[in-house]
Every structure is written in C-alpha cells, then in structure tokens.
Design a protein around this ligand. Structure first.
Ligand code: VG1
Ligand code: CO
Length: 543
C-alpha cells in the first residue's frame, strides 16, 4: 500500500562536486534520505521514470538505503529498476548500465574516496540518461525542492531479496537484479584487446599488482584481471568489499595505498601497480619504484591513444579539469587536437563527451576516462596502461621519461589542508580574492606572477556558465598555483592548493617531485596566508 508521510525540509541538502555527501549519523536522521529521494522523484520526467538504474559502493547503510529507495520509487511511478546484485555497482558500471539499457538515469550511492563504516560518510547522486552525473542545472533545482518538501510517498512492503539474480515485482514496479560485473566486463572487452592482453600476461611480459582497498572493485578486478587476463590471485589484494573498507580510507594515493606502494618500491615488483577507490572510478598507477601522477597518466594515455582499440579512430579532442596539470595541453598541441579546461567534477565533461568534441578526459584527483561511459573509470585506466606498456615494450618510468623529454615535465602535487574551520577557510579565499588583481607583476620567492583570476567556465555546448571555480595564479615560466575549497568533504572545510612547476630543461626532469615543489609550496602558502590564517603549518595530506 502507498503511504503519504508528512515531513519537514532540511536546509543542507545541497549537492557538492559529486552529489550529496554527509556523515552517516547525519544521513540516517529520520526522513533525511526520504526527503532527498522524493525531491529527486519530483524532478524526474515520466520518461526518465520508465527505467532507472540503482546501485552503490557497498559502504555502511548502502543496503538499507537501497531498500528505502526501492519503496519510494515504487510509490512514485517508476516502472522499472535495474539493481546491481546485493545493491552493489561501481560508479563506472552504473554509468555503463544506464547507457546500455537506455535507462532514463540512475541513482548512485557513494561517497567515493571518503571513509566508510558507521562513523564514515554516505553519499547519493543522480546520473542522467547519458550516464553522466547530473549537471548543475539539475542539482540546483533539486536543492531548491529539498528546501520546500512537505511530504513523501512510500510503498509499504517487505524488503526485496537482492542477493538473487532475476526479476521481481514491488507494487506496480518491476525490479531486475543484475550481475554487477558482467555487462561492465563486456563493455571493456570492446574497448581493449583482451585476448592479446591475456597472451602478454601468460608470456610474463605484463604483470599487475592490484589493490581494491576493500572497496567496490574487488569483484570486478578478480574477474577482469584474474579470470580473464590470468593474473595470480595473490596479486589482487583487499578484494573483498567491506562496509567500512577494512577501516581504511579508500583513496588510492601514495598516502592511503601504503601496502601497494611498499610492494611496488620493493625488489621483484610487478610491471604495474594499481589501486582504485571506494566506488571504482579512481585509479592509482605505479611502476617499479615509480609513481605516475594522474596528470601525467592522462598525458601518457593521450600520447599513446592510437595503441588502444577504443581510440583506433583517433582522439577528437581531450579535456582536463582546471587544476589538472598542463601536460595534457602540450600533447594535444602536438597532435593538433583541441584541449578543453573544465571546472573540477566529472559532470562538466558530460556535454563535451555527448557532443563528440572529446573522447578522453581526466582530473588530477586520480580520475581518467574516455567516451565509453560518462564517469571516470578506474579499471579502464589500468587496462589503458597495460595496453600501452605491452605495445611499446616500455615500463611506466620509461613512458614518463619519454613524455618529459618530448614536452618538458610538469612537476605537480596537491596540498590538502583538511578539517579547517569553515570561517577560516572562507577567510583565506576571501582575502586571496580581494588581492588577486594586485598580485600581477609581483615576485614571490623568485616566482613572478603574470596573471591571476577566479576561474569561470562557459560550456561550449549549451553555453551554461559556472563561476568561482577556484583561483588561478599564473607564474612566469608556465608554472601555476591553484586554490579551491573541496566540495566533497563532510568535516569542516578542506583547502586544496595545487602546485605545478614546468621544467623544460631535460637535464632537470629527474628530480624528486616533492623536493622540487617545496619552494613553490612555500610561495603558495605565503601568497594566501594559509599558515597565518588557519594555524596549519603543514598540509594534512600531500598527494
Ligand atoms: C574531489 C576531486 C575532484 C573529483 C571529486 C569526486 O572533489 O578534487 O576532482 O571529481 O572529488 O571524486 P573536491 O571538490 O573535494 O576537490 V570521487 O572519486 O567522487 O568520485
Ligand atoms: Co570515486
């Protein structure tokens, strides 16, 4: 039976960089998720509600949230739901299912790289019919609805058994529980030459250590890297998804993927090391004693795209988020293709991909993908690297060296100041904004400021504009410092400072990244008075 429940609105359901993210205690308040999902339902057109995809990264509260969403969907005229088995889908797999089954969209439950478990975070977002995270026009309208909601509709019914594949009916709605891996794997088999890759593995030319970080990619990695390509099970670690990610932080970087890093920096490491995040859209790429910065990874994939079956028709154009290093731009110039600079967040690539203006894009935050789906795709990026290493007979450090010799090296890293009281973070940004125009021509620690601005973006497809997307400081020599506040955190504010130092002298491209960037890091701190305003002497995380 359908029930109408009176509710009071919450004023804080504003989606951030990638959906709504809140601490579990917050997200599990009475009516909190109900309100958000009902608002989503109110915003969806009839056509979109004919078929929706539903799944999440398996973190704490995933299963309860899925049951709740099923009942609200059934009471709101959704005709069919496709759900991953046990309610689990990686973000790239969800994006693929939406496209593959021509769904009207999908609801993806994930707080991505944020910690899980009872004390961790929960997240929810809507992806549109092309599989892309909903654009800002949708999320801002959604936010407006959440501030006014007064009732929600829910079907009173028993929970659905999501452990078995197959069809069932709830109220007037049909539910299909799908294998979370199968369709995604078929899709990847079209993007890559799996038979050839498998041979390269069996000849010992390719080898991979993969760390699923107890998050969603475990089952995917076991099937794709293990069963299909033949990598040894021992080399696919932390492959059992846990609702608290084993107490770890499912963020694949040098800080949180420590075990993998230790393995790759030891003797007898495999050719490639890789890890993915909570929901499977991020990737970390390592070689023997080598860290591949995500910005360089994107540039290497662009440089060698012709070796990847998905790109056999060539790259039409590429894009990177604004803070991502300019390494990609130089490859694009060499190839004579356009390179677009978008605000942070995958949703800004959607229109460019849909319009066929780009077919490869990425972010410095360990996100890379192509036009096969509309999300970043962790395992896909690993398959790109395996393909490029195999076809060129080169290890990651050789591919990086080739890139830097040809184009110069963008030494790159990001300083994160986490848990900064919101008022202080706002003060850092406000003071910086006020002095942006005065910075021009001033020299700090040997770096001369050529220009400084607040980044705005006009989408070349629909002309929508987005403002205040971070401050860009352009320095003489092609160096940059970028400042922005995170839009995915749930604990006070996080200030992100992105450092890029362009070295064109090939005699100087082998330096240590963090050492090389220290001077620029000090300048960045001084420019924005980070230490004097926040009291943080050092960043909390450097990646
Ligand atoms: C961060 C990254 C951004 C990424 C976003 C979602 O956002 O900087 O590049 O798109 O996370 O990633 P922010 O606003 O905290 O800087 V995750 O893997 O949701 O899916
Ligand atoms: Co993610």
């Amino acid at each position: 039976m359908m029930k109408i429940v009176k509710t009071a609105p919450f004023q804080d359901q504003k989606p951030g960089t990638s959906g709504l993210r809140k601490k579990i205690v917050h997200a599990t308040q009475e009516n909190y998720l109900e309100n958000f999902v009902q608002s989503m339902m109110d915003l969806l057109a009839e056509k979109e509600k004919s078929l929706l995809v539903l799944g999440g990264d398996g973190r704490y509260y995933n299963d309860q949230a899925i049951q709740l969403i099923i009942k609200i969907a059934a009471a709101n005229g959704v005709e069919r739901l496709l759900i991953g088995q046990r309610g689990i889908l990686s973000t790239p797999a969800a994006s693929h299912l939406i496209r593959h089954y021509s769904a009207g969209g999908g609801i993806v439950l994930s707080a991505s790289h944020n910690p899980g478990g009872k004390d961790g975070d929960f997240g929810i977002k809507f992806n549109n019919a092309s599989g892309s995270p909903a654009p800002e026009s949708f999320t801002s309208e959604l936010f407006e609805l959440t501030k006014k909601i007064s009732e929600y509709r829910i079907l009173e019914s028993d929970d659905i058994d999501l452990s078995k594949l197959g069809r069932s009916v709830v109220g007037d709605m049909q539910i299909d529980v799908l294998d979370a891996v199968a369709d995604y794997q078929d899709m990847l088999a079209k993007s890559f030459d799996m038979t050839w890759l498998k041979e390269e593995f069996s000849r010992g030319k390719l080898s991979l250590a993969f760390d699923a970080m107890h998050a969603v990619t475990g089952p995917y990695a076991k099937v794709i890297f293990g069963q299909t390509l033949g990598e040894k099970p021992d080399n696919i670690v932390n492959a059992v998804p846990l609702e608290d990610f084993g107490g770890g932080h499912p963020d694949p970087n040098l800080v949180h993927a420590k075990d993998l890093v230790a393995k790759m920096y030891s003797k007898n490491s495999p050719l490639l090391g890789a890890a993915s995040d909570g929901d499977g859209d991020r990737n970390l790429i390592l070689g023997a004693s080598t860290f591949v910065s995500p910005s360089d990874s994107l540039a290497v994939i662009a440089e060698h795209a012709h070796l990847i079956p998905q790109f056999s028709g060539g790259l039409r154009g590429v894009a990177r988020s604004m803070p991502t290093s300019t390494a990609l731009d130089r490859v694009a110039i060499d190839k004579g293709i356009p390179c677009y600079e978008t605000p942070t967040g995958w949703k800004f690539f959607g229109n460019l991909l849909d319009a066929g203006m780009i077919n490869l894009c990425g972010e410095e935050s360990f996100g890379t993908s192509g036009d096969h789906i509309r999300e970043k795709d962790g395992l896909w990026a690993v398959l790109c690297w395996l393909t490029i290493c195999g076809k060129t007979n080169k290890a990651p450090h050789e591919l990086l060296r080739d890139l830097w010799q040809k184009y110069g090296r963008s030494y790159y890293c990001r300083y994160d100041y986490e848990g900064v009281p919101q008022a202080l973070a706002d003060q850092v940004m406000k003071e910086l904004k006020d002095k942006l125009t005065d910075l021009k021509g001033v020299t700090f620690g040997g770096f001369e400021v050529l220009d400084a601005d607040s980044f705005s973006y006009v989408d070349p497809v629909d002309n929508s504009s987005t403002h205040n997307q971070g401050f860009r400081i352009f320095l003489r020599g092609g160096h940059r410092v970028i400042y922005r506040l995170s839009g995915t955190g749930t604990d006070n504010a996080t200030i992100r400072v992105y450092l890029e130092l362009l070295e064109k002298d090939t005699a100087k491209i082998d330096g240590d990244v963090f050492e090389t960037l220290k001077g620029l890091g000090n300048v960045a701190n001084e420019l924005a008075n980070v230490t004097s305003i926040t009291g943080f002497v050092e960043p909390s995380v450097v990646t």
